[in-house]
Ligand binder design. Structure first.
Ligand code: HPA
Length: 278
């Protein structure tokens, strides 16, 4: 008999996919991962099915949050989407293979685009709280890589290209949508660290010096795995605190959430319209 211990990661992904596919057979177009305080986009989805993470074989669940994490299936701007309500952060203790497991499963479910949002600190002095930054490149400072270990040949190559992780066509369309709708959009480089502590002043200075415009603790693992599978990616940050010299103050989670709430309507609009234009 097969025990859990000898089921490979690739098989676990397939079993999770088969379970979901048995409940929801429609092919999906877009996968969406929403960041801290940025879950309101879900209100725009005509929900057809919700599956709690704990019901999905091999899906990571945290003991604390298992009751609220779920996959949401439905229509957004007329397109079939799956959205993650609750994402997995490395700082919570998940391995990178766990953090990115849902992206593999979503790919098997047929998604052709991945949309990711996050809350981030603004390193670029031109950024204001509650503003949006389209991610056009990234700097990976995590201590672990989701692709480390035996390559999953069924999904992609050993040494995936990372010269253009964020789809330029989608960025261009998003900029046009922003212009049309008076939503201010910055573009820039997202750097990610493991957290969970925020950064020292010297670290913020370093992150800016190496080319970061925004700093966070997520997104890059999911993007790496999506690009391993050659999925086009669109990612956007809500700037929730300022980390440029002279602007640094103690970060309080309540303020981060308030800033995310301020950024939310613009972000939802960009994603909704972008999904419509796919
Ligand atoms: N640093 C790291 N991650 C963050 C920050 C920050 O200042 N703000 C929101 N997420």
């Amino acid at each position: 008999m097969r025990t859990e211990a000898n089921i490979t990661y690739g098989e676990q992904i397939r079993l999770a996919y088969e379970y979901i596919h048995s409940l929801y057979a429609e092919s999906l177009e877009v996968g969406i991962i929403l960041g801290t305080g940025l879950g309101q986009l879900i209100d725009n989805i005509e929900i057809e099915l919700e599956i709690p993470y704990e019901e999905i074989p091999f899906f990571p669940v945290s003991t604390v949050e298992s009751h609220k994490g779920k996959l949401i299936f439905g229509k957004l701007s007329g397109k079939s989407v799956v959205a993650m309500q609750g994402r997995f952060h490395y700082y919570e203790g998940y391995s990178m293979k766990e953090v990115t497991f849902p992206v593999r499963v979503m790919k098997l479910l047929g998604i052709q685009h991945l949309f990711v949002s996050n809350a981030a600190g603004g390193l670029n002095p031109d950024f204001g709280i509650g503003e949006l930054m389209i991610i056009n490149d990234h700097i990976d400072l995590f201590p672990e890589n989701p692709l480390r270990g035996k390559n999953l040949d069924q999904f992609g190559v050993r040494f995936p290209d990372m010269s253009e992780p964020y789809d330029l066509r989608l960025i261009e369309k998003a900029l046009q949508i922003g212009k049309r709708n008076n939503v201010k959009l910055h573009q820039g480089v997202y750097a990610a660290v493991q957290g969970p502590n925020l950064e020292t002043k010297a670290e913020y200075k370093y992150l800016r010096t190496i080319g970061g415009d925004a700093i966070g603790m997520s997104t890059i693992p999911e993007v790496i795995v999506a690009r391993h599978m050659e999925l086009p990616v669109f990612a956007i940050s809500a700037i929730t605190d300022l980390c440029s010299p002279g602007n640094i103050k103690k970060v309080r989670i309540e303020e981060v959430l308030a800033a995310a709430a301020k950024a939310e309507p613009g972000m939802s609009l960009i994603i909704r319209e972008l999904v419509q234009e796919l």
